[in-house]
Design a protein around this ligand. Structure first.
Ligand code: FES
Ligand code: FES
Length: 193
């Protein structure tokens, strides 16, 4: 029987083992994601370590929501257009419907569940300012706003609007988000998180 070959997806050279392929990618394609040995990935979600076998076609959204039960992460569009599936990966807000789970090896993920558990002021202000009607988009907005406040604790109105520009709300709650994020940032400055 012919032995499996491992094809480099970036330059199409073949290798005898996954280890050889990984070494090649590290040397020749430094900025590209590495293939994962036998589909096993390790990642941290809300501070907890996970080691999981994933299929190549699984998105991070599917892994979080359907496989691990982080159902706070929502999906409207499944095509990178609405922001409802946003999670934080290594400090940056990303769209989990557009990210393959297998690319998340070694990453730190934060979801709305982790933010709620920390009792982040955004949660209280979102409730106080009635930032939701149906609420389906709300986790994505809060996660995006959390990532903004982590990197820019005192954002201006314009900076908040710009950060939230990729999040869509079918119920039209937009003006409320701005108030909630600005008040949460003031609270953070006063009391920390
Ligand atoms: S569900 Fe991911 S961007 Fe809309
Ligand atoms: S509150 Fe319904 S989609 Fe935003």
């Amino acid at each position: 029987m012919e032995q499996d070959k491992y094809l480099c997806p970036y330059c199409l050279i073949t290798f005898e083992s996954i280890q050889d392929l990984r070494r090649h990618i590290v040397a020749e394609h430094k900025t590209e994601p590495l293939p994962v040995s036998e589909g096993q990935i390790k990642l941290t979600i809300n501070g907890e370590d996970y080691q999981i076998r994933v299929e190549p076609e699984w998105t991070l959204y599917y892994l979080l929501h359907d496989k691990l039960g982080f159902t706070g992460t929502k999906m409207f569009c499944d095509r990178g257009a609405c922001g409802s599936c946003t999670v934080i990966m290594d400090g940056r807000p990303i769209l989990s419907c557009m990210t393959l789970a297998i690319e998340c090896d070694g990453k730190h993920i934060e979801t709305i569940e982790g933010i709620a558990k920390k009792e982040h002021p955004l949660i209280e202000e979102y409730v106080k300012y009635h930032c939701m009607q149906c609420g389906y988009c709300t986790p994505g907005f809060i996660v995006t706003a959390k990532a903004l406040l982590d990197r820019n604790p005192k954002p201006t109105e314009e900076e908040v609007k710009e950060a939230l520009a990729g999040n869509l709300c079918r119920c039209g709650t937009y003006p409320q988000h701005l108030k909630a994020v600005l008040v949460a940032s003031q609270k953070l400055a006063k009391h920390g998180r």
